[in-house]
Design a protein around this ligand. Structure first.
Ligand code: PLP
Length: 393
C-alpha cells in the first residue's frame, strides 16, 4: 500500500539532495571539525558552508547561528539563557498555545519560583497585542512567542511583538520551528533576539537544530563543555546533521515560491472540498494569517482518533492535535485555548502538506474521507442526537 503523507508538521522526509550531501560525513569524511589536521579541517570548511546556508535562509550573519540537537534544545537554551544573564528578573511572558518545548519548560520554571504569564488567544488563534503589551513589566526577562502554530498554522505577529519587547528592554525569543522554510523570514528586518529551528521539520534529519542569537545579545550556554560553536554550545558537532541542515536550508529557500503557490493550492483545494462534502465541519484558526501547508479541520460528533485509524487503512497519514499530545484523549491545549467547542475539538484532524505531495494524493483523500466521517457518525450517539434535534427543528 502506498503512503500518502500529510503529517509534515510532525516530521518531514529527508530530501534526496540532503541525503546525498550528508552521506560522505558518516564514513569517508568522518573527521572532527575541531582537529588540527587537514582531514578534520575539510569537515570544518563544510560546517562553515552549512552555517552560511542556514544564515542565508533567515537573513542573518553566519556567526549568529548555533547548531543544536533539536528545536526543543534551542527553545530551552534560549529561555534559560535569558534568565541566567538577568538573574534579577523573574518573569516570563509566553502564550497558551506554545509547543510543549516552551510550555512545559515554563511550567517547570514556574514550579521553581519564576512568574509566568501565559497569554490567551481568541477563537481565531490570535493574541490580543494590547494584553501582550500590558504583560511586559520591568521584571520580565524574556518574552517567548511562537512564529507559527504547529497545530493550526496560525502566524503570530512576532516582528511587531519583538519591537514591543525591545522598547522595554526585554529579550524576545521566537520558536520558529514550523515557520522556517515555509514562509520568508528576514532577521535583518526585525529585532528578534533569539529564534529556534528544527532540522526535521524542513527535510533534514532528526537530531539537528539551530538557535539563532543576535549579535550583541548576552548569552549563557545550555551545554557547557568544549569550545565548539564559539563556546556557546559544547559538544562535538553532529557534522552529517549540520551539513544536511545547511543543504535543507538552501533547498527551502529555493522551494519557498512552490511552498507558497503549489502547496498552498493543494491545501486550499483539500480544505474547501472537504468542507463542501462533509456537513458540520469547520476550519480551526485564522485562514488568512496561516502557514501555506497546514489545515486543521474539525468534524463534529466524531473522534479524531477514529478518523485517523480509518485514514490509516488507506495509507493516509495525518494527525489529531500535535504528534506530541496524541495518545491522550484530551482535546489539544491549542484548540481548548481557542475555545473550540468540545464536540468539534474532539474530531479535529491536522493535515500538513509538503512539496512532495501531489494532486492525485489530494484527490484520494477527498474521495476517501467523506464516507469515513459518514460511517463514524452513524455509530456516534452524539450525531444521532444532533440529527434528531435538527429534525425536530
Ligand atoms: N516547536 C514547535 C512549534 C514544534 O512543532 C516542535 C515539534 O513538533 C518543536 C518545537 C520541537 O522540535 P524538536 O522535535 O526538534 O525538538
Amino acid at each position: 500500500m502506498r503512503t500518502i503523507y500529510l503529517d509534515n508538521n510532525a516530521t518531514t522526509q529527508v530530501a534526496p539532495e540532503v541525503m546525498e550531501a550528508m552521506m560522505p560525513y558518516f564514513h569517508d569524511l568522518f573527521g572532527n571539525p575541531s582537529s588540527m589536521h587537514s582531514f578534520g579541517g575539510q569537515v570544518a570548511a563544510k560546517v562553515r558552508g552549512a552555517r552560511e546556508q542556514a544564515a542565508a535562509l533567515i537573513g542573518c550573519s553566519p556567526d549568529e547561528i548555533i547548531f543544536t540537537s533539536c528545536g526543543t534544545e534551542s527553545d530551552n537554551a534560549a529561555i534559560r539563557s535569558a534568565l541566567t544573564v538577568q538573574p534579577d528578573k523573574r518573569h516570563i511572558v509566553t502564550s497558551r498555545v506554545e509547543h510543549p518545548a516552551v510550555r512545559a519548560l515554563c511550567a517547570d520554571l514556574a514550579q521553581r519560583g519564576y512568574r509566568v504569564t501565559e497569554l490567551a488567544v481568541d477563537a481565531t488563534g490570535h493574541l490580543d497585542m494590547e494584553q501582550y503589551r500590558e504583560s511586559l513589566t520591568p521584571d520580565t526577562a524574556v518574552a517567548s512567542l511562537m512564529w507559527a502554530n504547529n497545530e493550526t498554522g496560525v502566524i503570530f505577529p512576532v516582528v511587531r511583538a519583538a519591537e514591543m519587547a525591545r522598547e522595554r528592554g526585554i529579550l524576545f525569543h521566537t520558536d520558529a520551528v514550523q515557520a522556517v522554510g515555509k514562509i520568508p523570514i528576514d532577521l535583518r528586518k526585525s529585532v528578534i533576539d533569539m529564534l529556534s529551528i528544527s532540522g526535521h521539520k524542513l527535510h533534514a534529519p532528526k537530531g539537528i537544530g539551530i538557535l539563532y542569537v543576535r549579535k550583541g545579545t548576552r548569552f549563557s550556554p545550555f551545554l557547557i563543555g568544549g569550545h565548539q560553536e564559539k563556546g556557546r554550545r559544547g559538544g562535538t558537532e553532529n557534522t552529517p546533521g549540520v551539513i544536511a541542515l545547511g543543504k535543507a536550508c538552501e533547498l527551502a529557500a529555493r522551494h519557498m515560491e512552490e511552498e507558497n503557490t503549489r502547496v498552498r493550492q493543494l491545501r486550499d483545494r483539500l480544505e474547501s472540498e472537504l468542507l463542501q462534502r462533509i456537513p458540520n465541519s469547520r476550519v480551526n484558526g485564522d485562514t488568512v494569517s496561516r502557514l501555506p501547508n497546514t489545515s486543521n479541520i474539525s468534524f463534529e460528533f466524531v473522534e479524531g482518533e477514529s478518523i485517523l485509524l480509518m485514514l490509516n487503512e488507506y495509507g493516509i497519514c495525518a494527525s489529531s492535535g500535535s504528534a506530541c499530545t496524541s495518545g491522550s484523549l484530551q482535546p489539544s491545549h491549542v484548540l481548548r485555548a481557542m475555545g473550540v467547542p468540545f464536540t468539534m475539538a474532539h474530531g479535529s484532524i491536522r493535515f500538513s502538506l509538503s512539496i512532495y505531495n501531489t494532486d492525485e494524493e489530494i484527490d484520494f483523500v477527498i474521495e476517501k474521507l467523506p464516507p469515513i466521517i459518514e460511517t463514524l457518525r452513524k455509530l456516534s450517539p452524539y450525531w444521532s442526537a444532533g440529527e434528531r434535534a435538527c429534525a425536530a427543528g
